[in-house]
Design a protein around this ligand. Structure first.
Ligand code: ATP
Ligand code: MG
Length: 341
């Protein structure tokens, strides 16, 4: 996800932002919903234990009143998942558990290998076969039958206005289904809740992150970052500076055009969010292109590359990157665009 940066010691600010990220359940849900709509992207052979550790560490740091217990099977089978989506699904379950334990409590995270056949889990609505099961168990207020029936419905929430959209579980369920899996729940009123996720096991081997990643590439050019989300701006501005670049910021398409008009000889490339206020990314791209037909633009979006993004790319945009950015990926894509002849 956004903070997939190894050099964690120098990123105190990063941790702070994760806290805010977890704090702000609604923007999380928006992300998740975007994922759910877009289907499955960027599938990677994954060790779910690693993902559980990563997400629960970041959650635990933000919510100290929740005690996290993990019981993860060492030889867990690999699964093929979109790691970003799966992280969001897990974080959403943790946040729900936190809401269900206003006085604090225990969160148990378990992983195991299961074979679903007629005997085990025969009533589960998935194909028979090998699955990895992840359980998220809390000691919170629980749910009665009437609520349980509705929790996966879009917009069903028992939370006050502004606190919940009721989309968390609906989109989580959509994401898991897109992966050929299943999510189910057990709960009783005043007796906690258990969410189980089943994901099909893969016979491929997990490739270590280190083998996959290319080197971080740096530069000194000036980059105009166009985005309207304060947190994205803040984090990416830091990342760009860390990489050696000089970032300029625009929060609307109009601002971007103005800044580009005034400093086009100084600006070497633009990172343009597709969804910005006023004129959208597409119109902004066309206006920028009018000022400088040779402009270099890396398009960014929280959604996968489809529809609108694909159209803009066809009009000559130089590349696409999905938000949240990963440091290495961003560093490589920036150089790809800048070094393009
Ligand atoms: N661990 C849990 N314990 C008790 N109730 C839960 C738990 N998880 C979910 N619920 C119930 O299910 C409802 C729907 O959850 P869901 O995550 O879909 O939406 P939300 O949390 O209300 O809003 P959002 O996730 O969009 O912020 C919640 O409002 C709550 O009533
Ligand atoms: Mg929720």
């Amino acid at each position: 996800m956004l903070f997939d940066i190894d050099e964690s010691h120098q990123h105190y600010k990063k941790i702070k932002n994760i806290e805010r990220y977890v704090e702000n359940g609604s923007s999380l849900t928006r992300q998740l919903l975007g994922f759910a709509k877009g289907g499955v992207h960027r599938v990677r052979v994954t060790d779910l234990n690693e993902l559980i550790k990563r997400t629960s560490d970041m959650f635990g740091r933000a919510k100290k009143e929740i005690k996290i217990h993990t019981n993860l099977l060492k030889k867990i089978w690999p699964v093929e998942v979109d790691q970003g989506q799966m992280e969001m699904v897990l974080l959403n379950l943790y946040i729900n558990a936190w809401h269900a334990m206003p006085e604090g409590g225990d969160l148990h995270l378990l992983s195991e290998n299961v074979v679903i056949d007629k005997g085990y889990g025969g009533n589960l609505k998935v194909k028979q076969g090998e699955y990895v099961k992840v359980s998220v168990v809390d000691t919170g207020v629980g749910m009665d039958k009437k609520i349980l029936e509705k929790i996966f419905d879009p917009f069903f929430t028992t939370k006050e206005k502004g606190r919940g959209t009721g989309l968390g579980l609906a989109s989580a369920s959509e994401v898991i289904k897109n992966h050929g899996g299943l999510i189910d729940v057990y709960s009783e009123k005043n007796n906690g809740a258990t969410f189980n996720i089943y994901l099909p096991a893969s016979d491929k081997k997990v490739i270590q992150e280190k083998e996959l990643t290319r080197k971080i590439l740096k530069g000194t050019e000036t980059i105009l970052l166009v985005d309207d989300e304060e947190m994205i701006i803040e984090v990416n501005q830091e990342i760009l500076k860390t990489l050696g670049y000089k970032p300029l910021i625009a929060r609307t398409g109009k601002q971007a055009v103005e800044i580009y008009k005034n400093s086009k000889d100084k600006i070497n490339m633009v990172i343009l969010d597709m969804v910005i206020p006023g004129m959208g990314g597409g119109e902004a791209y066309d206006s920028l292109k009018k000022i400088d037909p040779k402009i270099k633009v890396l398009l960014s979006s929280g959604y996968s590359i489809s529809g609108q993004a694909a159209e803009i790319l066809e009009r000559g945009c130089n590349g696409f990157i999905q938000k949240p950015f990963k440091l290495r990926e961003l560093s490589v894509k920036i150089r790809d665009v800048l070094d393009e002849k």
